[in-house]
Design a protein around this ligand. Sequence first.
Ligand SMILES: [Zn+2]
Length: 81
Amino acid sequence: MNAKIRPGHICKTCGWPVIYTLCNGGMGRTQPYINHDWWVYCANKTCEKHPGEAHDPNNVPEFVHVQDQTPVSHRGRAYGL
Ligand SMILES: [Zn+2]
């Protein structure tokens, strides 16, 4: 499995980082990941977006907010995973 966090990509619902993962290995044989190359989900297990959704690498998912890369401190502990 190949998973990564993209700097500045956070969940609009809770502010946690989101994880982009390649659906290979066991994931590629498991619903609902079959027939999708990429999946994206919120790292926060209590968030409604944790189950995630199929990801088109050409688009930013609707529930993801992309911050500019200027360091911000007001995100506080939620962003300091
Ligand atoms: Zn979230």
